[in-house]
Design a protein around this ligand. Structure first.
Ligand code: HEC
Length: 194
């Protein structure tokens, strides 16, 4: 916040003018800056998380309960549904394909798929932080290809038994012995922000 004192400005009119100009400048900056990046990331996260939860419960688990289909890693080659993680990663690719600068992905310090490991130090530190404090996202600015980018990491938890069972049973997991509600990784959301 900028503080203005009019003490040195003897002419009241000039002081009022100066304040007006500064207010205008600040209002202009506000309009330009728009919604704070952490709020935007929170909105994006809400959509991503809602889709992830609904896909897991109302499609994957429901089809399994009805004996209709299973979600498997090799879903393309089998009569199966994509895994929830694969759906999120594909959505991230789809968004990229639309030509926007918004990026979403799933990452973990103990990934099954090495490509889902932390992409940089910011992600490594962030994933460690959300593993300890899942309720609070880890967020900040980084420079990527010369652009100022806002990045936020939200904890991704083992919300159903299926998460734990599949990951623990997967030969490539970096962390066997996961329990229900453990943090398994994070949803990473980023976009350029001035
Ligand atoms: C049937 C098996 C299966 C189930 C169920 C499953 N996952 Fe995964 N998960 C995988 C596989 C396989 C990958 C790697 C996907 C890829 O990138 O190709 C993965 C990737 C991930 C990743 C990214 C890091 C990594 O390990 O590569 C996270 C985080 C994750 N899953 C969390 C969850 C959560 C939370 C749930 C429950 C809501 C869940 N998974 C359910 C198999 C599963």
């Amino acid at each position: 916040m900028r503080t203005i004192t009019c003490g040195t400005l003897t002419l009241l009119g000039l002081c009022a003018l100066t304040l007006g100009a500064v207010r205008g400048e600040m209002a202009g900056a506000g309009a330009q800056g728009g919604i704070p990046p952490e709020v935007v990331a929170g909105y994006v996260y809400a959509i991503v998380q809602a889709d992830r939860t609904l896909y897991t419960t109302h499609v994957v688990e429901r089809m399994e309960e009805l004996g209709k289909a299973l979600a498997t890693e090799q879903w393309k080659k089998q009569e199966a549904l994509p895994l929830p993680a694969q759906m999120l990663l594909m959505a991230g690719e789809e968004i990229k394909g639309q030509g926007t600068d918004l990026r979403i992905r799933l990452a973990s310090l103990w990934p099954i798929n090495k490509a889902n490991g932390p992409a940089d130090d910011f992600e490594r530190v962030g994933l460690e932080r959300v593993a300890k404090e899942p309720k609070r996202p880890y967020a900040g600015f980084i420079t990527q290809e010369g652009k100022r980018v806002f990045k936020a990491i939200y904890a991704d938890r083992a919300v159903t038994k299926a998460c734990v069972e599949c990951h623990n049973g997967h030969g490539l997991t970096g962390k066997p012995g996961l329990k229900l509600y453990d943090v398994m990784g994070g949803i990473v959301i980023s976009f350029p922000s001035p």
